[in-house]
Design a protein around this ligand. Structure first.
Ligand code: ADE
Length: 240
């Protein structure tokens, strides 16, 4: 999986050198290429923006500069995404779908905005990471790279993606490690019993309970056994 990022702020992407994503890139499971849009300026001062037609505050990034940067990385099979608060909201389903592409191009806007004509020309998919406005598309691009890379073979061990929140439709069960007693709080006995089936059952119930408390909306379209449906019904009755 290859990511090409088009940005005016390449240095913002250094966090991706760390931890799991950093290791994934070192081990060649993913490739992250950062292209500085400014390198495609035709101006002797490396200018990339200009005043808006029609007047108004701020500057607008020129379409020709963005287009040349795009053409320098474009491939036939590439999926191009423009990060913008106007886009469709990113969720785990979109993340999973994106992980099937070989090549993803991420165009990061900035607070001043990009000339509409290059957006119309490239016709990227527009994605937002939530209903709030950031100063640019760089953090959203990193969120996308991180979440999508987790699905790329070799980046995580298989169970992590299968068991995790949202993929299974509900939130995760709580985890415990040593010490056995922390500030008088004990690790639940069942987890020390060595009884795998009972532990699995307990974890599943806890996951349902936590989802019921924190994100009840997720229980509406989950996949549950008859026993679990009964358990959810009881939770609802107890809390009414
Ligand atoms: N650019 C600025 N805010 C954004 C958001 N919430 N999502 C994606 N791109 C953005």
């Amino acid at each position: 999986m290859k990511f090409d990022v088009l940005t005016l702020f390449p240095e913002m992407f250094t966090p991706l050198k760390e931890s799991i994503i950093g290791r994934a890139e070192k081990n060649n499971y993913i490739e992250i290429n950062i292209t500085n849009i400014r390198d495609f300026s035709k101006d002797k001062h490396n200018k990339v923006d200009d005043t808006p037609y029609g007047g108004g505050a701020g500057m607008v990034i020129r379409p020709d500069v963005v287009y040349d940067a795009y053409k320098s990385v474009k491939t036939k099979s590439a999926k191009t995404i423009y990060l913008t608060p106007q886009g469709k909201k990113l969720d785990q389903k979109i993340v999973e779908d994106l992980s099937r592409y070989e090549h993803i191009i991420l165009l990061c806007g900035h607070y001043e905005g990009i000339d509409q004509r290059v957006i119309d020309e490239i016709a990227p998919e527009e994605l937002s990471i939530g209903d709030y406005v950031l100063t640019g598309g760089e953090l959203p691009a990193m969120v996308l790279i991180d979440s999508v890379s987790r699905y790329v073979d070799g980046v995580l061990n298989k169970e992590s993606t299968l068991e995790e929140s949202f993929s299974s439709g509900i939130l995760e069960y709580p985890q415990y490690t040593r010490p056995e007693v922390f500030n008088k709080r004990e690790v639940p006995d069942i987890l020390k019993s060595g009884h795998h089936e009972k532990i699995e059952n307990w974890r599943r119930k806890k996951a349902i309970e936590i989802t019921y408390k924190k994100r009840p909306d997720l229980l509406e379209n989950g996949n549950f056994t008859e026993d679990e449906i009964e358990y959810i019904k009881n939770l609802k009755e107890k809390n009414n």
